[in-house]
Design a binder for this molecule. Structure first.
Ligand code: FES
Length: 159
């Protein structure tokens, strides 16, 4: 087995990492699982964040603003990164194709629908609208499914 403790980074390693990343993404796409990447808005103004419309199904996690942008089955959603139970960070679990909360194991479908755990509602969604090839997220308008079901259902950009 190769000793990697003193192995300096090299162009070959970067290529291998990028190949591994590509293969992982390709495998995830073929399996129907979401691909998750870190991301940030391309613009921010007046409580609104603007993101490019994701090119394929996947999740973009913007930790700085506490937003998870998801493209899934022809819709784009913006979720609060915080679990609706007690605000722990929600994480995407590609092996099981769902969001999970690390604190009390609440589980959610890719569209934010609650399936099990201590939470009592779906993942909270931000109001969103389409502007050309972008999605504008109103981070001042957080919508909870238990108090405003109709608006929660409508909080999506249709592609
Ligand atoms: S904080 Fe997420 S289930 Fe409790």
């Amino acid at each position: 087995m190769r000793d990697v403790r003193h192995h300096p980074p090299c162009a070959g390693c970067a290529d291998a990492d990028s190949r591994r990343g590509f293969l992982k993404q390709a495998a995830a796409l073929l399996s129907g699982a979401l691909v998750v990447a870190a991301g940030s808005p391309i613009a921010a103004s007046g409580g609104e964040l603007t993101f490019p419309i994701p090119a394929a199904d996947g999740a973009t996690v913007d930790r700085d603003n506490g937003v998870i942008l998801v493209r899934y089955q022809g819709r784009v959603f913006a979720f609060n990164l915080s679990c609706p139970h007690e605000n722990a960070a929600v994480r995407w679990k590609p092996a099981v194709n769902r969001f999970e909360c690390s604190r009390h194991d609440s589980r959610y479908e890719p569209n934010g629908t609650y399936t099990s755990g201590r939470a009592t509602r779906n993942m909270d969604r931000f109001a969103v609208r389409r502007a050309g090839d972008t999605v504008v997220v109103d981070v001042a308008r957080l919508i909870q499914s238990d108090t405003n079901r109709a608006e929660w259902e409508a909080a999506a950009v249709l592609l």
